[in-house]
Ligand binder design. Structure first.
Ligand code: B12
Length: 244
């Protein structure tokens, strides 16, 4: 058992090192081996995030350039694609509700949202991903058509916060006095205080929080509850990590 764990940890460390070195093929091979060894995809994704943080530090210190960030984003994109099929078959269950996601106008950091969308689909939600750089008007029009139970806005750049605000205001106007669809915000720079400041309904910290939040919201809407008495974020990693 111990040897098995050590091998897994070594694999994750090699993945992080390989990502930091921006080695495309090697990173994908290691991710594939970890996937085949039945490792929980959550740990593989967490390792990717750790590598991203390190890559960002190298960028900040001037050792890496913007091209390195693009490259790192591309490798991570491929790792996510590689992990998706396994996540789907393990987690997919009956239809739970409709979730619409998008990156607000001006925002091109789409990896966190992509992981969230993949995980939500795997857990039985119908997901519409509007993509990157989505205007307030596009959100509203898509919501009219798709009729989501929940809408998630993703933003990482602080310079895009005002666009997030415009989108939330437009969605509030569209739904009038109704409580649905519920609106949540997510992304590395987003905090519970921002949720209050920008009048979003909820805030999700990790992608696993998002799954749980959407499950509770969709259940609540089905049972006719006005809204949930939830604190902004959850910590449910254990439950979902065990399942994933
Ligand atoms: C990779 C990267 C890029 C890539 C993006 C590639 C891609 N396809 O997404 C590229 C090179 C394009 C890029 C560009 C820029 N970037 Co950049 N980038 C990063 C970096 C290094 C990693 C982001 C990332 O993908 N992390 C991995 C993902 C999985 O993590 P995550 O997004 O945080 O998501 C997690 C949670 O937040 C949550 N989550 C996130 N989103 C969502 C959405 C939903 C719906 C849910 C449920 C959950 C969720 O779940 C995820 C898993 O836990 C960050 C630094 C950092 N460490 O965050 C800077 C960073 C975000 N970038 C930054 C900047 C400034 C820029 C540029 C403006 C740089 C420039 N001078 O041109 C441009 C932006 C252009 C634009 N108009 O948007 C700054 C933002 C600073 C700020 N305060 O606003 C950062 C913080 C770097 C820094 N320290 O300065 N970047």
């Amino acid at each position: 058992m111990r040897m098995y764990e050590e091998r897994h940890n070594l694999g994750l460390v090699s993945l992080i090192q390989s990502l930091i070195a921006l080695e495309v093929r090697n990173s994908l091979e290691i991710a594939e081996q970890l996937r085949e060894s039945q490792m929980n995809p959550k740990y593989i994704l967490t390792a990717c995030e750790a590598a991203m943080t390190e890559i960002n530090e190298l960028y900040d210190s001037g050792e890496y350039f913007i091209a390195s960030l693009v490259m790192a984003g591309e490798i991570m994109n491929r790792v996510i694609k590689l992990l998706l099929p396994g996540m789907g078959t393990k987690l997919r269950s009956h239809f739970k509700g409709r979730v619409m996601l998008g990156n607000v106008q001006g925002e091109v950091h789409g990896l966190g949202k992509k992981i969230a969308g993949a995980l939500l689909s795997a857990y039985g939600f119908e997901v519409l991903d509007l993509g990157l750089d989505v205007s307030a008007r596009e959100y509203v029009e898509a919501a009219r058509e798709f009729q989501p139970n929940v809408i998630g806005l993703s933003v990482l750049l602080t310079s895009c916060f005002h666009n997030m605000q415009d989108t939330i205001l437009a969605l509030h106007e569209e739904r009038g006095d109704a409580k649905w669809p519920a609106i949540f915000i997510a992304g590395a720079q987003v905090t519970p205080a921002l949720k209050d400041y920008y009048h979003a309904d909820y805030y999700a910290d990790t992608v696993f929080d998002t799954v749980r939040l959407c499950e509770r919201l969709c259940q609540s809407e089905r049972w006719g509850h006005g809204s949930l008495n939830l604190v902004s974020s959850f910590s449910l990693d254990n439950q979902y990590a065990a399942e994933a």
